[in-house]
Write a protein that binds this ligand. Structure first.
Ligand code: ADP
Ligand code: MG
Length: 358
């Protein structure tokens, strides 16, 4: 960062931001990113309370850079956990290490490698989209010219190129969410922390932002933690899911592992002679529960003929196609019409689905 950049930064960043600290982040932060040797997140016995009541209780996990879902009902402590990972709150009990740095001591340094999309806020009224993203890039230590160039790039990536000069408070909710994603990306972070990124979006807006997030995690190699109370969001994007309830880590599941589980749940939506269809499923050894319009069909894959043989997906012992095939043949035998059959991509218990979706 040259001295001209420093002066400009001082002018726009105001009294509350120390320019020297930003310079420090830039030099050392870049060293952290280019070093790239430790991209893990390690949380050890983390306990946290804002006041008296514990909000996070003995949370322990390690994450490799990848697509991770942080799933839990409202109030379960997701936002608080992300704040601990960002070093935004004082850590008293337990340890949080991000990019090889202890967040109780080196949070400012680590943040050079972290992008943060908060659920609320993040929009500064009166600024253009590109002005806002560039400004936030500067606040995270980028020289002004680099920040402006990257702002154009990331706004293009999120699909806001045409609207980038418009005042951001006039943006639709979907555009605001994409703008917030752009500002989280501007300094080229190693990990992205996204707090309820689909909040307030219509179905099309939801799909659009989830596709962007998936692209970042699966194709562009970023680590992503997607915090949400919506199971469908993490199913679309994440390879691994951490489940939080009342501040405790309740479960952890790798999405790919479902093909290895002998008991699998299929969602079935159809029409016709349901009684005959259910009787046919019973003969397969399935147990069926009804969830609104869906039939949840639990199959013991070991009993399904063909589950292991002659199917294209040989990488797992119990591929989804085997269960879908079995359900299709029962339906066709009793002429039950099927609108949709799919395996639930995670094998978390049904009660749990209900808890988080409630
Ligand atoms: P989630 O993001 O899963 O909805 P939060 O982390 O926001 O959960 O909240 C977890 C708990 O912490 C809730 O009981 C909430 O009321 C409480 N909480 C969150 N923020 C604060 C705060 N700033 N001060 C005091 N309590 C808070
Ligand atoms: Mg929250």
């Amino acid at each position: 960062m040259n001295s001209a950049d420093r002066i400009k930064l001082k002018q726009i960043s105001g009294e509350s931001v120390s320019v020297e600290s930003i310079v420090l982040i830039t030099t050392e932060g870049l060293a952290i990113k280019s070093n790239g040797s430790n991209t893990d997140i390690r949380v050890t016995n983390l306990n946290f309370a804002y006041l008296k009541d514990p909000v996070l209780k003995n949370v322990d996990f390690t994450l490799k850079q990848g697509a991770v879902g942080l799933l839990g009902p409202n109030g379960s402590g997701k936002t608080t956990l992300l704040r601990c990972l960002l070093g935004q709150v004082p850590l008293k009990a337990g340890q949080v290490e991000v990019l090889g740095l202890d967040m109780a001591k080196k949070a400012r340094l680590a943040r050079a490698g972290l992008g943060w999309m908060p659920e609320r806020g993040g929009i500064i009224p009166g600024m253009s989209g590109v002005g806002l993203v560039a400004y936030l890039g500067q606040l995270s230590g980028m020289p002004s010219r680099d920040a402006m160039q990257r702002a154009h790039e990331v706004l293009h990536f999120v699909g806001l190129a045409d609207e980038r000069y418009r005042q951001c408070d006039d943006y639709s909710q979907g555009m605001k969410q994409r703008l917030k994603l752009a500002q989280a990306l501007v300094h080229d972070p190693t990990w992205l922390f996204l707090d309820e990124p689909t909040s307030g979006l219509d179905p099309r807006g939801r799909v659009a932002i989830l596709e962007l997030i998936r692209d970042l995690a699966w194709n562009k190699g970023l680590g992503v933690i997607l915090s949400t109370h919506l199971l469908a969001d993490v199913e679309t994007v994440c390879k691994e899911i951490l489940v939080l309830r009342d501040g405790e880590l309740l479960a952890r599941e790798t999405v790919d592992s479902v093909g290895h589980a002998p008991l699998q749940v299929f969602e079935v939506e159809g029409f016709g002679d349901e009684e005959a269809f259910l009787a046919g499923l019973k003969k397969l050894g399935a147990s069926v529960t009804v969830d609104k319009r869906l039939l949840l069909v639990k199959l013991d894959m070991k009993k399904i003929t063909g589950a292991t043989a002659d199917l294209s997906d040989k990488s797992v012992p119990f591929p989804a196609a085997a269960g879908v095939g079995a359900i299709l043949s029962v339906a066709s035998d009793c002429q039950y019409g099927l609108r949709r059959v799919r395996r639930r991509p995670v094998s978390l218990a049904d009660e749990f689905y209900k808890m988080v979706e409630a």
